[in-house]
Design a protein around this ligand. Sequence first.
Ligand code: F6R
Length: 237
Amino acid sequence: MTKIIHVKTREEMSAIAAKMIKEQINAKPDSVLGLATGSTPELTYAELCSMCERGEVDFSKVKTVNLDEYVGLDETNDQSYRYYMNSHLFDKVNIKPENTHLPCGTADNADAACDEYSELLEKIGTRDIQLLGIGKNGHIGFCEPDTELEARTSVVALTDSTLKANSRFFESVDAMPKKAMTMGMAQIFDAKQIILIAYGKEKVDIVTRALTGKITTNIPASLLQLHMNVTAIIADE
Ligand code: F6R
């Protein structure tokens, strides 16, 4: 079942998401969190950093697994998702670096690295919370619209829609990796609770179709309607 919370601003959306994550950690200090990157969760992470600084939440026993990583970018590249996570959250809270995990974008054998990530996810176990953003084409993680979706972590070719949307973070589309590693749908679903966040006019249409329309692999986020515990926090602006 999807619970939809409508708010006006990105700030309100982020405050609610951060509060839910804080309450989860306070109830279970060794929580496992599934995390997303992109512009949508930036303020949620900033809020969690402030909460940690004020002593309201303790990350010392928390473990995290991220959804995805670009193929070919390492942690020193400021567009890699490892760099993003370090700079937006991990370096600013008291989490142990060894408890934070992302697929390895620079592995010699990308497919083998994906299998290793799947094994890691199994070892770490069911996530207590999975935080998700949504692409304009309905992707979650980098599970792109298709007639079939991968269940486990795999290398995916990014669609034109995603390349266009994410090229805003790079000098040009040409400078962008064309492939990424992403958790598969079954792995994204292996979370007790999913929090989907989205803000702004450009996401209204896809969010509506995903949360209330037909369930289709052409909109991977629409499959979330099948999960038992999803909270979608949607901000107008
Ligand atoms: C990134 C991820 C993606 C983003 C989506 C929205 O880790 O999982 O699914 O959530 O592309 O990106 P933004 O937030 O930049 O609009």
